[in-house]
Write a protein that binds this ligand. Structure first.
Ligand SMILES: Nc1ncnc2c1ncn2[C@@H]1O[C@H](COP(=O)(O)OP(=O)(O)O)[C@@H](O)[C@H]1O
Ligand SMILES: [Mg+2]
Length: 242
């Protein structure tokens, strides 16, 4: 694989929080255009891995690249290439949702007129255009989830990273989000999502990586991973924690 075809490349990544080792020498790659599910129980190290890729977290050892750019030494390039949809709602309470997306675009050097155009396009696509001039407090939690996705997409990143996007969603919203993500992947976006729902990984993804206790247990194309009987113990642990 050429460097620019590797959406994410992680080599020998080790991360400690104080004395606690959250990631133990993990290595894996995600190719451009893939729909990758990072599956593992609570506390496995999924969010920590995402924080390292997006530059929110430091690490003690290893090399992490996004489309060939090093996330430490070339972070300006890597941050533009990545859109992050975090697990928690963390919106500015004083802004309308339109302003909020325009401000976000500003972090990437997108000028207000273009930012406003992109914002309305995304709000329309994610069925939030009627709410354009309200603050996020006035949205239902399903709308807030969609707003998180809009914010992650405002600078048109190459890879969309979602941390447990459907945790706590009702069935209808879960299906809606799955549809959006499938569409985005069909349009060429690389998608990396973490989940502790086996079903989500099975339904959506092309490639599955399984992480447990900070180690990669298995990674490969979906059919191969799902066939692997030796994984039943981890699956039981994963599904047992839902
Ligand atoms: N800021 C932190 N300080 C100390 N320990 C942390 C911190 N963030 C996460 N951890 C620990 O690291 C491990 C991995 O956490 P995390 O990456 O959030 O797991 P996941 O997202 O798979 O549920 C857990 O044991 C968690 O308690
Ligand atoms: Mg997490």
């Amino acid at each position: 694989m050429r460097d620019s075809e590797r959406a994410v490349s992680i080599q020998n990544l080790t991360k400690y929080y104080g004395k606690f080792q959250a990631l133990d020498n993990i290595s894996f790659e995600i190719r451009r255009g893939d729909f990758f599910a990072f599956l593992g129980p609570n506390g496995a190290g999924k969010t920590t891995t995402i924080n390292v890729i997006t530059g929110l977290s430091n690490f003690q050892q290893g090399c992490v690249k996004v489309f060939g750019y090093n996330t430490t030494s070339e972070y300006i390039q890597t941050r533009r290439l990545v859109g992050l949809c975090a697990q928690e709602f963390n919106f500015d309470p004083f802004l309308t949702i339109h302003q909020l997306l325009v401000y976000q675009a500003g972090y990437f050097g997108i000028l207000p007129q273009e930012a406003s155009r992109r914002t309305d396009e995304l709000l329309d696509r994610f069925q939030l255009i009627d709410k354009r001039n309200v603050k996020h407090r006035a949205l239902s939690s399903g709308m807030k989830k969609r707003l998180l996705i809009c914010r992650a997409l405002i600078h048109d990143p190459e890879i969309l990273i979602l941390d447990e996007p459907t945790a706590g969603c009702d069935l209808e919203l879960k299906f809606l989000i799955w549809d959006y993500l499938t569409q985005l992947n069909n349009e060429g976006k690389t998608i990396f999502l973490t989940t502790h729902y086996m079903e989500e990984a099975e339904r959506l993804c092309k490639t599955i990586g399984i992480i447990n206790h900070g180690r990669i247990v298995r990674i490969g194309n979906k059919q191969d991973v799902l066939k692997d009987k030796s994984l039943e113990a981890v699956f039981l642990e994963v599904t047992g924690l839902e």
